[in-house]
Design a protein around this ligand. Structure first.
Ligand code: A2P
Length: 274
């Protein structure tokens, strides 16, 4: 009998990590906004590259040792040394029910490749960029709006955010306020419009954004002409229903949906919900 034949079978031996496996990153900060929403920042591997507006898989190690991952828009701009995310808390959500409890120093899994359509490459050149968001659908625009390229490409940027409750607007309000002193985009602050609406609590504008577009109230409030395919470009991020309804309004105005392969006048992406 050889020595090798006498060894126990190696069935419990750990598999080597695949080069495509998620990396383990450290939570740097966590901020809770409401009982439904929170934001957190994690370390960014030096090799991790992305375009502002893209999403990536993030998650936690599951109870069975397998990673539990979901798509998350990256809320920080592509030049930032850290990665920021803005997340919903779903009470029974397999991932968010656990993710909402993370603390600085904890580990989070980060996929190696980002992708997405809420990027400048998927839009043809224009003058005015509308970023329509509901709930945590604001996240990709928190990235886009902090990217100097946005201001090189567009004369005006209109960020709309619609939430059920007033408290859910806070992340976006703090973000936009911080842009005033931002070393990279602060000089363009007067070209940003932040348009907020709340649907289930008193607020100066208590309509869905789709109603504001359909009635023309949005354009009247902003003092701009209605959608014009020659100059207006649109990015949309929210629930499936919100995307579909907003998309129809864009198409009615003659805007066409773009992609990375075929840039056009508007692009869509579903906000992370599970
Ligand atoms: P509402 O309160 O009238 O449902 P959620 O958290 O469910 O994603 O909703 C975020 C915001 O998006 C809410 O203000 C909600 O309004 C709004 N909303 C939901 N569905 C649509 C839709 N189809 N079109 C436009 N806005 C929507």
């Amino acid at each position: 009998m050889t020595e090798a034949a006498d060894k126990p079978p190696e069935k419990h031996q750990e598999k080597a990590r695949s080069p495509n496996a998620p990396t383990e990153e450290t939570v740097l900060s966590v901020k809770h906004y409401t009982d439904r929403m929170f934001a957190f920042r994690i370390t960014r591997p030096p090799t991790f590259r992305f375009r502002s507006g893209e999403f990536v898989m993030i998650g936690l190690e599951g109870a069975n040792g397998k990673p539990l991952l979901r798509a998350y828009s990256i809320a920080s701009p592509s030049w930032d040394e850290e990665l920021e995310f803005f997340s919903i808390k779903v009470p029974d959500g397999p991932l968010t029910s656990r993710l909402q409890a993370i603390q600085p120093g904890d580990k989070v899994l980060l996929g190696r490749k980002s992708t997405g359509t809420l990027v400048h490459d998927a839009l043809t050149p224009g003058k005015r960029l509308y970023c329509f968001s509901t709930g945590t659908g604001l996240a990709p625009f928190a990235s886009v709006i902090r990217d100097p390229e946005t201001y090189a490409r567009f004369e005006q940027v209109i960020l709309t955010h619609t939430c059920r409750e007033v408290g859910e607007l806070k992340y976006g309000q703090e973000l936009v306020a911080s842009l005033q002193d931002d070393p990279l985009v602060g000089e363009h602050f007067n070209r940003i419009v932040h348009y907020t609406t709340v649907t289930r609590e008193p607020w100066p504008n208590q309509e869905r954004i789709t109603t504001c577009i359909a009635t023309g109230a949005l354009f009247a409030d902003l003092g701009v002409p209605p959608f014009d395919p020659a100059v207006d470009r649109v990015m949309i991020c929210g629930s499936m229903d919100m995307i579909n309804d907003t998309k129809l309004l864009c198409e009615k105005a003659g805007l066409r949906e773009g992609s990375n392969a075929h840039p056009a006048e508007f692009v869509i992406e579903k906000a992370f919900v599970g």
